[in-house]
Design a protein around this ligand. Structure first.
Ligand code: DC
Length: 228
């Protein structure tokens, strides 16, 4: 059967990864969470003191980019690939609210984007891939056979993210998570390089109105059609 590329874009916590993982499993495709790559660069910048509450040393980060090696490694038990930063498993560390508070600023830097986009395009060379992020249908794979744009209200998304974080025993408030979601929405959709916009040919899905099964069926229908 013809192998395709499925590009899933949308605001944070819209359930992109849930649907992407389901699709990859069903089709036997590779799933790539590109947000994890931006998060790993944010973690690297925090650990090395390039970014903190007061300042952001952009040039030093740009100079250090060749020292950042990112790799996904599939974990059989978890059923998805974990993020490795310079051979260290950082899957849990990149999911904190602290990393979320810096990552959009890291993702504004064109040099960072160029490096990550190149690596993402290589991963899709053989097709047979489901990739989620903000610029997959617009920049990384404008020729993807299926493009999806996921959306839902900021409140619904913040509630979901808040529950995920508290389930991991992170000490956060709903208000702080909502504020972060709204700030990232703004920065991600207003940045100069590759802002989050609906790609040409993308199908919009608002998951505040659909349950998970309905949503999956709707997307699978698109996938089947594109494989004919
Ligand atoms: O999907 P996520 O919330 O884990 O992504 C974290 C941040 O990374 C998000 O706020 C914007 C950035 N990002 C991006 O600019 N481009 C992508 N393809 C994926 C993520």
């Amino acid at each position: 059967m013809k192998k395709i590329i499925i590009a899933i874009d949308g605001f944070s916590s819209t359930g992109k990864s849930t649907i992407a993982k389901q699709l990859a499993k069903q089709l036997g495709y590779v799933y790539v969470d590109t947000g994890a790559m931006y998060r790993a660069v944010a973690l690297f910048s925090m650990e090395n003191g390039y970014i903190n509450k007061e300042s952001f040393d952009v040039q030093t980060l740009i100079n250090a980019l060749p020292n950042i090696r990112l790799k996904f490694q599939y974990n059989e038990e978890l059923g998805f690939a974990e993020m490795f930063l310079n051979d260290e498993n950082v899957e849990n560390q990149i999911r904190t609210l602290e990393v979320s508070q810096y990552v959009s600023r890291i993702a504004e830097i064109s040099e960072v984007r160029a490096k990550l986009v190149e690596q993402q395009q290589k991963m899709g060379q053989e097709r047979g891939i489901v990739m989620d992020g903000r610029d997959i249908g617009t920049v990384v794979f404008p020729d993807a056979e299926v493009k999806i744009f996921m959306n839902s209200s900021a409140e619904t998304r913040a509630q979901r993210r808040f529950e995920e974080l508290t389930a991991k025993n992170q000490d956060v408030t709903y208000e702080a998570v909502l504020k972060n979601v709204q700030e990232r929405d703004y920065i991600d959709s207003h940045r100069e390089d590759s802002p989050l916009v609906i790609a040409k040919g993308a199908i919009e899905i608002d998951n505040s109105t659909l349950n998970k099964e309905e949503q999956f069926e709707q997307v699978m229908e698109l996938v089947r059609k594109s494989m004919e």
